[in-house]
Ligand binder design. Structure first.
Ligand SMILES: *Cc1c(COP(=O)(O)O)cnc(C)c1O
Length: 217
């Protein structure tokens, strides 16, 4: 099975990097995938999943949660302010915190609810204008700002530019996390997760290599 293959490749990459087995967690990215493929992965015992749209996640995960215990769901796509309330109720973790306005609204909601999902800050390591994420030069100040608001920021996330060597971006993300004392690094997808493990990823986000190609048709 594809899931077992990916888990095995992660273990090998951990070993090659001298890291302890299990120090990288696999997020199965289930966006756009048919329900039966997700169910097959749940039936194999996997419980950690990523979705990149709030609406789509709201349509399928409440039902899966009724049927399977211990599901952990991470939001890995852009978050609009008007979807924030729904997002904090749906997700155990939000990896796409990327701007001060969103941080402020999250802090208000956290106070109101007395709870907040775990958070990761998305960094636009390639400084691509069309891509979400805080710019690397602004990351330290933004992390400090989030901490001042008592937000539970655990780490950083990035999506490197398509045409560039991802390892350089993984290394940059790792450096920013280290100097800010943040333990979690979410980086690496189907094409490059082993390189991300080599650079210290604690989460890799793998979709098509587990579920097959996404059919947007
Ligand atoms: C879709 C997606 C992934 C998974 O991509 P694959 O190439 O299918 O592994 C990972 N991270 C984010 C943010 C995504 O949107």
């Amino acid at each position: 099975m594809a899931l077992d293959d990916i888990l095995e490749r992660i273990r090998k990459a951990e070993e090659a990097a001298g890291r302890s087995p299990g120090s990288t967690r696999l997020i199965a990215v289930s966006k756009v995938q048919p329900l039966d493929r997700i169910e097959a992965v749940l039936d194999q015992g996997h419980r950690l999943f990523g979705e990149n749209r709030v609406q789509e996640a709201a349509g399928k995960w409440p039902d899966f949660r009724d049927r399977y215990d211990g599901i952990e769901l991470h939001l890995i796509g852009p978050l609009q302010s008007n979807k924030l309330r729904q997002a904090v109720e749906l997700f155990e973790a939000i990896q796409s915190l990327d701007r001060p306005k969103l941080a402020r609204k999250l802090a208000d909601l956290a106070q109101e609810r007395g709870a907040c999902p775990r958070l990761m800050i998305q960094v636009n390591t390639g400084e691509e204008p069309q891509k979400a994420g805080i710019m690397p030069a602004d990351a330290d100040a933004f992390i400090a700002q989030c901490r001042d608001m008592d937000l539970p920021v655990e780490g950083l996330m990035c999506i490197p530019p398509l045409e560039e060597e991802p390892s350089l971006h993984f290394a940059l993300l790792s450096k920013i996390a280290a100097r800010n004392g943040l333990p979690e690094l979410s980086m690496g997808m189907s094409a490059d997760f082993e390189r991300a493990v080599a650079q210290g990823a604690t989460y890799v986000r793998v979709g098509s290599a587990i579920f097959g190609e996404r059919d947007y048709g």
